[in-house]
Design a protein around this ligand. Structure first.
Ligand code: ZN
Length: 272
């Protein structure tokens, strides 16, 4: 009996190995990622979630999978992915995010002046357009390199209170590294936007393909230009503390189908 169980276990191994990407990336919670199988047809199915095009890749050369970004605002429960006219259901579980209290000396960064609000609105629209880019190329790698070597400081999704007032939750992942540290592209991509923003400071957007987009901000220096194609590992800028930052650190956003998701998933550092 024991031998049969052992044999079954061994036989089952190859099938599991083929689902490597799914096992690493499937974290279906608000701010996480749902991996939805789409079958093994000849051509890539077209998938949409919440009306937006979704990243579709072939897993281990066999079956198609959709890699869906789940916005932080989604409530746990059933969600629908449209794929070639079919409605596919997937479940989103619950996740609790921690709270963080931050003190800023500059009260204007907590309660911006009317002229700041105009600027913030314009900058938000510009960045939203960059997140909604959907290029047809397939990402070079979905398991991403760390853009800097250093400990993680503030996690994704943390509910943040600036000088006691709640603001948007943390949409990315922070690394505690010194000012001037080079930031490397975690996958190949095209620079789609560079800015110097009220909240984010000096910022670089890198489009890895099919709506899979990195954003790096609070930089001290930008080393690339818009439209530039970056091979994986290219230095794109230096760590700084520009914009609304209490000190030098690297802030990294990952977006899928215009949903900001936890970058820790892609560097195998996700905490449930
Ligand atoms: Zn941050």
């Amino acid at each position: 009996m024991r031998l049969i169980a052992l044999l079954l276990c061994c036989l089952a191994l190859p099938a599991h190995a083929e689902e490597f990407l799914t096992r690493l990336l499937n974290k279906p919670v608000p701010g996480g990622v749902a991996v939805v199988p789409l079958g093994d047809g000849q051509t890539a199915p077209q998938a949409r979630y919440d009306g937006k095009p979704v990243l579709v890749v072939k897993e281990d050369g066999r079956r198609w999978i959709a890699i869906v970004g789940i916005p932080l605002t989604v409530r746990p429960g059933g969600q629908t992915l449209e794929a070639d006219g079919r409605a596919l259901r997937f479940a989103v579980g619950a996740k609790q995010y921690a709270e963080q209290r931050i003190t800023l000396k500059n009260q204007r960064q907590v309660n911006p002046l009317p002229e700041d609000l105009k600027r913030i609105e314009r900058e938000l629209a510009e960045q939203t357009r960059a997140y909604r880019n959907f290029s047809s190329n397939t990402p070079s790698n979905l398991l991403l390199d760390r853009p800097v070597d250093g400990p993680l400081s503030s996690r994704f999704g943390v509910r943040r209170f600036f000088n006691g007032e709640e603001r948007n939750p943390h949409a990315g992942l922070d690394f505690a590294v010194a000012a001037g540290t080079p930031i490397k592209a975690p996958a190949a991509g095209k620079v789609t936007l560079i800015g110097d923003y009220f909240f984010n400071g000096k910022t670089v957007f890198v489009d890895h393909g099919q709506g899979f987009i990195s954003m790096f901000c609070h930089l001290s220096k930008v080393d690339v230009r818009p439209g530039q194609q970056l091979p994986r590992g290219t230095v794109l800028g230096r760590v700084g503390a520009t914009g609304r930052a209490t000190g030098p650190h690297m802030h990294w956003n990952i977006s899928l189908n215009d949903a900001r998701v936890d970058p820790a998933i892609f560097i195998n550092a996700f905490q449930p």
